[in-house]
Design a protein. Structure first.
Length: 202
């Protein structure tokens, strides 16, 4: 009997795993829809966005190649210039249409669904990955940031970046393993495996 139960459980897991690409793809389209919904009517384009667009235009025309991004609230600290260079792609394709450029960055933001799944899978298994993707998809903060035409749509959790994820050997020694309280509670509730990997903060 125990062996039969194990086989049934293994088969159910295998069958469920087949639908993960479909689930993640569906969450991606849901995430994009939530972030883009009503944006043509409420897209804000102020002085900050105008300055950014001037810099993106100069880069697209080869007039000025910047090495630093926009200013931060801290004196002498700047954002990276990645936002400007990525903005060149939709800028050239749409001839500077702010709505198209915003949609481009929303797509990048929505792709985090797949990276978050990978992170959750590394920490808590496949169920943890799906739960993490669900939380990101319907996160009010992530949706709000993605609708702001600036570098915010590129702000995804650092551990979700593929190169920021360091696999461990079953322990978290020598690195920093951080678990949000809500994720920890869900992990216990769903009986997910313990953290077998971690990520560095640097």
């Amino acid at each position: 009997m125990p062996k039969q139960k194990r086989k049934k459980r293994i088969n159910s897991i295998i069958n469920w795993s087949r639908y993960i690409p479909i689930i993640l793809s569906s969450l991606f389209f849901v995430a994009f829809s939530l972030r883009f919904y009503g944006l043509p009517r409420v897209l804000f384009f102020g002085p900050e966005q105008g300055i950014d667009f001037f810099k993106i235009r100069d880069i697209a025309l080869g007039k000025d190649l910047v090495l630093v991004g926009a200013k931060t609230d801290i004196a002498g600290i700047f954002h990276g210039p990645v936002y400007y260079y990525l903005g060149v792609i939709p800028f050239l394709l749409s001839h500077g249409n702010p709505l198209f450029i915003s949609a481009f960055f929303i797509v990048l933001n929505s792709l985090t669904v797949f990276f978050i799944y990978k992170l959750g899978k590394e920490l808590y298994g496949k169920r943890g990955g799906i739960v993490a993707s669900l939380l990101f998809t319907f996160s009010f903060g992530a949706i709000s940031y993605s609708r702001w035409l600036s570098s915010h749509p590129l702000t995804i959790p650092p551990p979700a970046k593929p190169r920021g994820l360091h696999r461990g050997n079953g322990s978290c020694a020598g690195c920093c393993c951080w678990r949000p309280p809500s994720i920890t509670w869900i992990a216990r509730r769903w009986r997910m495996p313990r953290c077998g990997s971690a990520w560095s903060l640097g």
